[in-house]
Design a protein around this ligand. Sequence first.
Ligand SMILES: [Zn+2]
Length: 260
Amino acid sequence: MPPSYSRAEIQALKVLDECGLDEPTDFLIETIIRGRGCSYEEKALTGKEGEIVSFHDQSIITINSGIDFFPKKRFAQAHELGHYELHREILPMISDTEYNMVSWFQSNPYEKEANEFAAEFLMPTEIFRKECSGDLEPDLIDYLSDGFNVSKTAAMLKFVKCGHVPVGLVYCKDNKMGWFKATDDFKEYIEFDYGMPPPFGTVAFEMFNTKNVYQGDERMQDIYKSCWLKLKHQEQDYMIREFCLFVPSYNYTLSLIWVI
Ligand SMILES: [Zn+2]
């Protein structure tokens, strides 16, 4: 199925094209930002990951110099570049917390667009899809996040969006469900209840309650389908898989769920 693109994604591909790039893995994003006519600096910011200030025809992007994880810094840079490309004439100043960059289902349309821009800019859909062959397992997510130099969170979200296998992704923060994203075949079956703890029997439930983090091959756990997905009429329960990523610095989990 050919991908359908949002306005922000189209703009991301246009910027790549105008820079003569298929994808920006081998380039520093700040070089691209400056090449687009925007000033760039890094300095200590309190409670913010990045910001952009625009005045007349001048814009400056500032990224928090305290970000010590390179893929996270690249996402913040691409997010601010998205604001520059899409919103600089509408919004004179935008400040971004980490929350803005992990909350993909917030109502603010400008933040949603900046995240869509960043995801497409860093992981162009057509190239990403070609790299998604092979069985879904944690190693594939590692391969994608390493290859595109993005966080596992960003790679998981893109994987679900590409939607070539039935899969769901549930975000929980502070032991409460925050949002989910799923392919059409999963969407109506996910056991999602906003603000409630993840269901008993899920790996997310276990992580919040025991702080147990699985490593290596154990990152992929078998769980009963009925823990995360509503069973169809008269359907027998069976085992499905959950790869639950725990991000202790922000106390959130991301559960990737799929059928074996
Ligand atoms: Zn933003």
